[in-house]
Design a binder for this molecule. Structure first.
Ligand code: GLN
Length: 503
């Protein structure tokens, strides 16, 4: 027994467990204690000017100045954490941040998952259209139209209620506006001050705001449900408003006198039950999401195989220029992140085409397929080149002495052997591709991952939903690896000869 406890492995496990308990204690205890932690972590999504954005590498904006003033009043050492907007509520629930200030509208649904401070800003939604658009003037006119919004926002919620509207959801308001400029949607529904700021200050061209404030919304500072610091923040915010500091910050950013603010947001008066059910989750993931994930994977793998084969042949050809061009292509697509490639193709190319007078528009599916296939082809080309070159050169000579042509040699002798060697890396590539299709979510593609994200944005059940998403991916990748394993066994000559012996 003593020997057992003295064992090195056992000691290591005990130390690791002690470390884990200590680490959990250090993160959990401050959440329950009443003295505010130092630093006091505040989440924000810094692509929402003039409320929060980066300027010259510094975080700035109305919310940032206000939160800093609140921090001073409450004696808090504020540490801002930049998060995606739809990740803020889950982060508060997980208590990885103590609060959030991010132009977040106080809504009854959100108030069930988190707590809000008293309102600190009066805003509302507005419709943005291109300057030459004369047909959209109000919410009624948006029926059946193509609309871009930011995921998880009140704008997204309102847009999805419009009958017949086709709504594309992006990670930031800026990307939704880019979609409008690129001409793929007819309108953007977003917070009015942000759209106005983008047009006036950030030089967003060819876009105008139509309609008055569609809704009246109030922003609040968000905290985890029953946070012990709610009172502290509310008191400090009250002092910032009453002492006139609020007035100064408001005028600095909006150049006018601030409006009156209520003590409680009107939205909190009609609390409704937020709905989450597993049936709906699995319906959305499996029926709505999985088919797109499979389609994206299978088609881009197929295009990648065709493109990859051609590039591999070019790479082993004797033509120097062809080789150089293909090498640059392969190195570019393997050496840059797939996410950047997707943005480049979807958001960048249409602008470039327009600048040079071409009216080519890439829709979401072709853009995603294009980016994924180009990326996969680069990897597959290398796998194939390696596979073909791994076959002994002597075989080419032997075939040629038997009078076989190079095409015949490749087809009948080299490729069948090389293919067997390529199968395991090809299988890996396929599995990587299944997972990489989730990147298409950033261009608003509603595949498996995006379906999960959309549900988190309305139900705030991040853990349950993302675990379900992960499990569905796991099923897809496990099934694919089984298929590739079978294929490997099937292609194995030993297996074949055994089969023949049996027959
Ligand atoms: N006010 C909107 C909301 O709360 C948008 C906020 C944002 O994008 N930062 O949904």
């Amino acid at each position: 027994m003593i020997k057992f406890w003295r064992g090195r492995a056992v000691q290591r496990v005990i130390f690791a467990l002690l470390g884990l308990v200590l680490a959990i204690g250090l993160t959990v205890i401050p959440a329950f204690s009443q003295t505010p932690p130092n630093p006091f972590r505040v989440a924000t999504e810094a692509t929402f000017p003039p409320f929060e954005f980066q300027q010259g590498g510094q975080l700035t904006g109305f919310d940032i100045d206000l939160m800093r003033a609140i921090g001073k009043e409450a004696d808090l050492n504020i540490d801002f954490r930049n998060l995606p907007f739809d990740g803020i509520i889950p982060a508060l629930q997980a208590r990885t941040v103590e609060a959030a200030i991010s132009g977040m509208t106080i809504t009854a649904e959100r108030a069930q998952a988190i707590s809000f401070s008293r309102p600190y800003f009066r805003a509302g939604l507005a419709i943005a259209v291109r300057e030459d658009n004369q047909t959209i003037r109000n919410f009624e006119d948006l029926k059946g139209k193509r609309i871009a919004v930011q995921i998880g926002t009140t704008g997204a919620l309102e847009a999805t209620k419009i009958p017949g509207a086709v709504v594309s959801q992006f990670d930031s308001a800026a990307l939704a506006l880019q979609e409008l400029i690129n001409g793929r949607v007819e309108a953007v529904v977003n917070d009015k001050p942000v759209t106005l700021y983008a047009i006036k200050q950030a030089g967003l061209r060819r876009v105008k705001v139509v309609g008055e404030l569609l809704t009246e919304e109030f922003y609040g500072i968000a905290l985890p449900k029953n946070s012990p610091y709610l009172q502290l923040i509310n008191d400090a915010l009250g002092r910032v408003i009453e002492s006139g500091q609020y007035d100064v910050i408001f005028r600095q950013w909006f150049g006018e006198k601030p409006p009156e603010l209520p003590l409680v947001a009107p939205a909190l008066k009609n609390l409704q039950e937020s709905r989450f059910n597993w049936g709906e989750l699995f319906y959305n993931l499996i029926v709505k999401g999985v088919p797109w994930t499979i389609l994206l994977t299978v088609l881009s793998f197929l295009f990648g195989l065709i493109g990859g084969t051609l590039v591999a042949i070019a790479l082993i050809s004797p033509y120097k220029w062809l080789k150089i061009i293909c090498r640059i292509y392969v190195d570019f697509f393997r050496g840059t992140p797939m996410l950047v490639q997707l943005f480049l193709i979807y958001f960048g190319l249409p602008g470039l085409f327009r600048e040079i007078g071409l009216n080519i528009d890439l829709d979401r599916l072709p853009a995603a397929l294009f980016a994924l296939s180009l990326n996969v082809a680069a990897y597959l080309a290398e796998i194939m080149r390696g596979g073909i070159q791994s076959i002994d050169n002597g075989q080419w000579e032997a075939c040629s002495s038997l009078g076989m042509s190079p095409v015949q040699t490749m087809h009948e002798v080299i490729f069948p052997q090389a293919f067997r060697r390529m199968l395991p890396p090809l299988g890996n590539e396929f599995i990587t591709l299944i997972k990489d299709t989730s990147l298409a979510a950033v261009i608003g593609f509603e595949e498996l991952f995006r379906q999960g994200q959309l549900m988190v944005a309305t139900t705030y059940k991040a853990f349950e939903i993302y675990i379900a998403v992960a499990l569905v991916y796991l099923v897809l990748t496990t099934l694919s690896s089984l298929v590739f394993k079978r294929l490997e066994i099937y292609m194995d000559p030993l297996h074949k000869s055994k089969q023949e012996q049996k027959a």
